[in-house]
Design a protein around this ligand. Sequence first.
Ligand SMILES: NC(=O)C1=CN([C@@H]2O[C@H](COP(=O)(O)OP(=O)(O)OC[C@H]3O[C@@H](n4cnc5c(N)ncnc54)[C@H](OP(=O)(O)O)[C@@H]3O)[C@@H](O)[C@H]2O)C=CC1
Ligand SMILES: N[C@@H](C=O)C(=O)O
Length: 266
Amino acid sequence: MEENKQLGTAVVTGASSGLGEIFAERLAKRGYNLKLVARRKDRLDKLAAKLQSKYSIQVTNLVADLGSETDLENVVNNLKADKSITMLINNAGTSTLAPITATSVAKQKEMVDVNITALMLLSNTVLPHFIEKNEGVLINIASVLGFYSLPVSSIYSGTKGFVVQYTRGLQEELKGTNIRVQLVNPATTATEIWEVGGVPLSALDQSTIMTAEDCVDATLSGLDKGELTTHPSVNDQKIIDAYEDARNQLFGASQSGRPAERYLQN
Ligand SMILES: NC(=O)C1=CN([C@@H]2O[C@H](COP(=O)(O)OP(=O)(O)OC[C@H]3O[C@@H](n4cnc5c(N)ncnc54)[C@H](OP(=O)(O)O)[C@@H]3O)[C@@H](O)[C@H]2O)C=CC1
Ligand SMILES: N[C@@H](C=O)C(=O)O
């Protein structure tokens, strides 16, 4: 228990299945107390009971629909009052993979509410406390679809693009502090989100699918190495570096203050 007190409490959203469930297990193993958030109470209760007995940690469940303004406000207020929080993993997410004309307004809003609004408000809730203590860890789960769009992912990719840029902005804001902000861009991983999104995993090229365990372990390895951005399934570091360089170069080149020459002809 002494160790738990030191590590504090890790909040994991979307802990009732997939990556979130594995994050909860791995952090319990490391000795964190946990606060788990999701809608499915039965799953959270089962997981909490298992982790408490296996790792002698404390687990609190917050059953909440992060797409509901009232539930989100309750979670925000709960986290605001909890000074033991040392880590937040914004993992909860939802996806509908379909053209916009085949996506109901309710599903479009749900993606924005859960993937963007909840992630932003929960981050903004814990960060002042982290800043005050000059320590803490924030992990935001984006996606490869945060920097790439498919004909069926306009809205999902848009929400994950927000996560990418918002998280990069926080990294800039918190540069030079002891607060760690990690951006994670998983690719296809075997979880329930694919059924939820309307594309069964069986429809995909099986060689592209990672296990949830591998994805979480790679993410935590990236965290331990001090990475700002983790691409769990990208083997070639040179590709990641070239992408970052190109991004920085393009931004630099945009600051010329005049039209590019190709627009000045004739
Ligand atoms: N699997 C993949 O291929 C990839 C996944 N990701 C991202 O990883 C993250 C985890 O998803 P993954 O594990 O794959 O999928 P799962 O569907 O297994 O898990 C999603 C989790 O989010 C929770 N959640 C969804 N909607 C809400 C809501 N309205 N309120 C509260 N909790 C909610 C679910 O809990 P409950 O239903 O009980 O509320 C569940 O625990 C997501 O952000 C996803 O976008 C990124 C790239 C690839
Ligand atoms: N979660 C997946 C799509 O639904 C992804 O981000 O690739």
